[in-house]
Design a protein around this ligand. Structure first.
Ligand code: SF4
Length: 328
């Protein structure tokens, strides 16, 4: 079966303007050749530090802006070059849940209007059928039915994110992009929202692109993980393989910061030194070489391609054997 979403060699370069004439003096290489796919009913988590380009990937997939180059296909149809007039039907099939539900929900609209708007926009139901849909949406995200007649400010952060999820579900999309959707929530609320997303995905057969800087959160939700560094994917693998045997030193460093629930197990912390380099002047060769503890000459000049590192597992590193920096 072909994937629901296919992203091939996606690039997004933002021009940098300078001088009195505002000429383009360079580019921010925010996304620089990213490829992955997502099957129906699958969650792919895109993880990496702030500024690595993961949210830009999400926004380019959603066509919130056009990519610089590359292809994005939804169910086989190219969508990266769709004219603006045809984007409307795409909006029904792909939805987004943002990090901050408070700023993404209109404070002047009651929940009834917030949820009814996309249903009406896509002409999916009216009258009694619309009311029934609203109730069903609230049931799905475990909110009481009287929530319909309240405003967003009357809810807690976690409840507002449930409203954001209900709004994303309203047009019955096939794919939802969750862009740091739980990052602003307290730890216990985070876990509840992650569990809710996992249940909804199971129940509705949704595909999720789950964008997060937090590997610990994605472990309980995801089927596969793609790790991004400075505009590129450095590793992609199914969840078990990635968490049990990360191959890329950057993934190992991220994973070494994830707490282990078993107090008898030890994980050797791998501290990365230095800042993430500027995406305006990314390093030559392997982009991670300025921070990698295993760097050698070849890394500074030759860019490593993603290559097989086990079943369903790829990593972009010149090392033949993964360094044993993470001891489980
Ligand atoms: Fe480190 Fe070299 Fe591998 Fe890059 S290619 S991750 S610098 S060992």
């Amino acid at each position: 079966m072909s994937p629901l979403l296919e992203v091939t060699d996606l690039r997004k370069h933002f021009p940098v303007q300078g001088g009195v004439l505002g000429r383009t003096t360079g580019f921010v290489y925010a996304v620089d050749g990213v490829s992955f796919d997502i099957a129906r009913g699958e969650t792919l988590s895109l993880v990496g530090e702030s500024g690595c380009g993961k949210s830009t990937v999400g926004r380019a997939v959603l066509r919130l802006f056009a990519p610089t180059s590359g292809e994005v296909r939804l169910d086989g149809e190219r969508i990266d070059n769709l004219p603006a007039a045809q984007l409307r039907r795409l909006r029904q099939r792909m939805q987004v849940v943002f990090q901050d539900p408070f700023s993404s929900l209109s404070p002047r609209m009651k929940v009834r209007e917030i949820l009814a708007e996309p249903i009406r926009n896509f002409d999916l139901a009216r009258g009694a059928a619309l009311e029934q849909r609203l109730i069903s949406l609230l049931d799905k995200v475990r909110l009481p039915r009287d929530a319909l007649d309240r405003f967003p400010h009357e809810f807690s952060g976690g409840q507002r994110q449930r409203i954001g999820i209900a709004r994303a579900l309203a047009p019955e999309p096939e794919l939802i992009v969750c862009d740091e959707a739980v990052s602003a929530l307290d730890v216990s609320v985070k876990a509840q929202i992650v569990n809710l997303l996992a249940e909804l995905q199971d129940e509705l057969g949704l595909a999720l692109l789950f964008i997060s800087h937090d590997l610990a959160i994605v472990e309980h939700l995801t089927h596969r993980v793609a790790v991004m560094y400075l505009g590129k994917l450095v590793e992609i693998a199914d969840r078990r393989s990635l968490f049990a045997a990360p191959r890329h030193p950057y993934t190992q460093a991220l994973l070494s910061a994830v707490p282990v629930p078993d107090p008898t197990a030890k994980r050797q912390r791998m501290i990365l030194t230095g800042d993430v380099p500027s995406p305006i002047h990314p390093p030559s060769g392997c982009r991670f070489h300025t921070r990698c503890p295993f760097v050698f000459d070849r890394c500074r000049t030759e860019e490593p391609a993603l290559r097989p590192a086990g079943a369903g597992h790829q990593a972009a590193c010149h090392l033949e054997q993964p360094p044993s920096a993470v001891a489980a």
